[in-house]
Write a protein that binds this ligand. Structure first.
Ligand code: SIN
Ligand code: CO
Length: 392
């Protein structure tokens, strides 16, 4: 596997690596940053909660046998696991322990809108989920401890898994050179590339995953959106039919009209608005939670004038799009907030910077319009004042 000393530039990343080529970056993340992220005890605590998706994977020391249990777990489960050959894996950790989301600051070159979640694993020596592939792109960020990874250099074509196991483990294993990682090292793995991590010394791994939707999912969800927007939900009226479509024959000409109607729905500006909505949803957060103590625009300005600074926490799911007619959409947790040109500066700002002072707001122009959107974002828990704790 290619070993780099720093992340590739964004341009190199998409041209050379994204979807094509694994790499490892030594010391990509400052070791001190991990002090603010979730630790093993807190991870175990999360796995006791009903709404949190978690698994414990036991790997047999003699190899080729794995078992998987799904959470929520009882606290006592952890006292019977011993100190070898198991891993705890928890999904969507950035939504539950929002300081862990600060890890995402190192991945601004990635398509953040496509980011699914940060899955965190805690594993003891010998812990492994076995050789496998994933449908998603993943950055495996090594926290504390030591692990050894083997990563294939081409995607697996005909995937064959060991039968009768609770998890998907490749029959053929992974061919490649093993590489040892320690705190701050990051491995990028494109979809369908075989990989296997084995824990050498109690370890935590942070998997930043990017999973694209299937076409069936996009069609179903966009169809649902059209259904809610009656004006967009046109009915096929059998226009332009002729004698070739008499009886039971749906002629090529009529097929073309139907396909064209579907294409029209996809080319509509509303498709761009919906994409922002769709890609800002989170598997574990239905919608933005409204603040119990909302602020008016005037109150918000007063706090900024007093020198307070707002910031955008990294866990908040945001997607922005531009439609063909140039209109911008900003969506947060599936709710569309803005579609006017007056907010373009703010949208740009949110993408590039994480904090906002009164001076920054002034520089954006259109102050009244911008402040009302900022107040809206604040009241939806998408912006916080420095010193506030997003987890409370
Ligand atoms: C792990 O952290 O052990 C699992 C990560 C992965 O390979 O998907
Ligand atoms: Co994997």
């Amino acid at each position: 596997m290619l070993v780099l000393n720093e992340f590739p530039t964004a341009d190199e990343f998409y041209k050379i690596y994204w979807g094509r080529k694994p790499f490892v970056v030594r010391g990509a993340i400052d070791a001190a940053a991990f002090e603010g992220f979730i630790d093993g005890d807190m991870l175990a605590g999360l796995s006791l909660e009903d709404e949190v998706k978690s698994r414990i994977v036991l790997s047999a020391p003699e190899g080729n046998k794995w078992t998987c249990e799904h959470g929520p777990f009882e606290e006592e489960r952890f006292s019977t696991l011993g100190d070898k050959n198991w891993s705890l894996l928890v999904q969507n950790v950035e939504q539950y322990h929002t300081d862990t989301a600060n890890l995402l600051k190192s991945f601004n070159f990635s398509p953040r809108w496509l980011m699914d979640d940060i899955m965190v694993s805690y594993s003891e020596a010998g812990g492994t989920v076995g050789p496998h592939t994933d449908s998603y792109h993943v950055f495996l960020v090594q926290g504390t401890g030591h692990r050894s990874w083997t990563v294939g250099d081409t995607p697996v074509v005909n995937e064959e898994c060991i039968e009768g196991l609770d998890l998907k483990v490749l029959k053929s294993g992974v061919e490649g050179e093993a590489i040892e990682v320690t705190i701050g090292d990051v491995i990028y793995i494109p979809p369908h590339f075989a990989h296997e991590g084995k824990t050498l010394e109690t370890a935590m791994t942070f998997s930043v995953g990017f999973l694209g939707p299937k076409m069936s999912e996009l069609f179903a969800q966009y169809g649902h959106y059209l259904e809610q927007m009656e004006a967009l939900d046109k009915r096929y009226a059998g226009q332009e039919l002729n004698v070739r479509s008499a009886g039971f024959a749906l002629a090529p000409h009529a097929q073309k009209t139907l396909r064209g109607e579907l294409m029209n729905a996809l080319h509509a500006d509303s498709f761009s608005v919906w994409l922002a909505e769709y890609f800002s949803t989170s598997a574990d957060v239905d919608e933005a939670e409204l603040r119990e103590d909302p602020l008016s625009s005037a109150e918000l300005i007063a706090r900024l004038q007093a020198g307070e600074v707002l910031y955008r926490p990294e866990h908040v799911k945001i997607c922005t799009t531009t439609s063909q007619d140039g209109v911008r959409t900003l969506a947060v947790y599936g709710a569309v907030l803005v579609t006017t040109v007056a907010h373009d500066g703010l949208i740009e700002w949110l993408g590039q910077h994480a904090s906002l002072s009164l001076g920054d707001v002034d520089a954006l122009g259109n102050k009244d319009a911008v402040i009302s959107v900022i107040a809206h974002l604040y009241n939806q828990n998408a912006l916080f004042f420095e010193g506030d704790d997003p987890d409370h």
